[in-house]
Design a protein around this ligand. Structure first.
Ligand code: GSH
Length: 211
């Protein structure tokens, strides 16, 4: 019998993106919790799996894959019949565009905010950096707000991996009060998380680890 895939995850992190993919695809996987709060990601055993000490990691047989967007692409290609990555090259290129837009233009400012508000030692945090990152995010998310006007999904007429990666990132933005000026994206995100196989939202995932 083929070994189940393993997802190394911690509930309220970018591992949500991969869990969402696996749940939508109906893949039976083994969840391995790596407790970031307890510092388990810095344990030598975990560093052998991901030398960057970060989550998520997907293990599928011989393949050990990091980077949530790369894992999403891998899973969509492994299960092509589910149509999460369009067959048409132009449509597929639009999926790549929005994945990269999300990872670079949206996620990076959110990550800078997280680092300068809670992750860096207090003495290294810069409030000016937080203000700049918020501005950068607001400028770029306006592009996506205009894009989703009259659209159900980010690309084409069916759900793709861009939707799972974007919706999680928008939930993150919402957590830090950055989606208030984006009614279309708020509505889009609510619709995405109303899907039957959607994962926990970030706030609920935090609550689950503190329970
Ligand atoms: N670009 C990576 C980022 C991974 C990442 O930074 N994960 C965070 C959790 S959301 C983490 O493991 N942080 C631990 C650390 O930075 O020490 C991805 O998308 O997978």
């Amino acid at each position: 019998m083929e070994k189940k895939m393993q997802l190394y995850e911690f509930a309220p992190t970018r591992s949500i993106r991969v869990r969402w993919m696996l749940q939508e695809l109906g893949v039976d996987f083994e969840a391995v919790t790596v407790n970031l709060v307890a510092g388990e990601h810095r344990h030598p055993d975990f560093l052998k799996i991901n030398p960057a000490g970060k989550l998520p990691v997907l293990v599928d047989g011989d393949l050990v894959l990091t980077e949530s967007a790369a894992i999403a692409i891998y899973l969509a290609e492994k299960y092509p019949h589910q149509g999460l990555l369009p067959a048409d090259i132009q449509q597929r290129s639009q999926v790549y565009r929005w994945l990269l837009f999300t990872a670079t233009e949206l996620e990076q400012p959110l990550w800078r905010i997280a680092r300068h508000t809670s992750l860096y030692p207090e003495s290294l945090r810069l409030s000016a950096e937080v203000a700049l990152a918020r501005k950068d995010f607001v400028n770029m998310v306006a592009v996506m707000e205009a894009h989703v006007q009259d659209r159900q999904f980010i690309v084409g007429n069916t759900v793709t991996i861009a939707d799972f990666v974007c919706a999680y990132t928008l939930d993150w933005a919402n957590e830090v009060g950055l989606l208030d000026g984006c009614p279309q994206l708020l509505w889009y995100m609510e619709r995405m998380y109303a899907r039957p196989n959607a994962p926990l939202r970030i706030a609920a995932a935090f609550a689950s680890i503190n329970a």
